[in-house]
Design a protein around this ligand. Structure first.
Ligand SMILES: [Cu+2]
Length: 171
């Protein structure tokens, strides 16, 4: 199976910037290039009420003319269970659940995996993940056959990162 390598090691400051394939993307390359990943990070377990779980976030851009679905991810031995999650409104509350069939990245658009939105859930962590301590290597698997590697630094969650995501129940 083909592998597309996306150099995302150099962390950019473009957290949440829309539609910017930070590095490795060829602007205007169009259809043939497939989906692109930018700004991956993993939430630190520092101060977490549930240090046994965390999530991977990344911006996915789909410049192609077909919808592409993120099916699953492989993050090695850091977590025993890796699931693609979505947020849904239940009884007036946003709750997460496994995204049946994956998360769709619409054609010529993008999907932000971000706090408050869809994410890659890492459950049954095999160790704690202090901020700044390490980088997590994951392979994201899409229904168009792409398997994209990311190297996600472990970072603390900040409100700044959350402001890029709007919820239906925001003021
Ligand atoms: Cu989750």
């Amino acid at each position: 199976m083909k592998k597309w390598m996306v150099p995302v090691v150099g962390a950019t400051m473009l957290v949440g910037a829309c539609g910017v394939p930070a590095e490795g993307g060829e602007p205007g390359a169009g259809d043939s290039s497939g989906v692109l990943l930018a700004d991956p990070w993993v939430r630190s377990t520092d101060g977490s009420q549930r240090p046994d779980m965390t999530a991977l976030f990344v911006n996915i851009t789909n410049p192609t003319s077909s919808d592409v679905t993120l099916l699953t991810a492989d993050c090695g031995d850091v977590a025993s269970v890796v699931e693609v999650h979505e947020m849904v409104m239940m009884d007036g509350e946003m709750v997460m659940r496994e995204a049946e069939g994956g998360v769709v990245v619409p054609k010529e658009s993008h999907e932000h995996l971000a706090p408050g939105g869809p994410h890659i859930m890492l459950r049954e962590l095999t160790r704690e993940l202090p901020a700044g301590g390490e980088e997590i290597s994951c392979t994201l698997i899409f229904d168009n056959g792409q398997e994209l590697d990311v190297i996600a630094p472990v970072k603390e969650f900040t409100e700044e990162q959350d402001t890029y995501h709007t919820h239906e129940d925001d003021e």
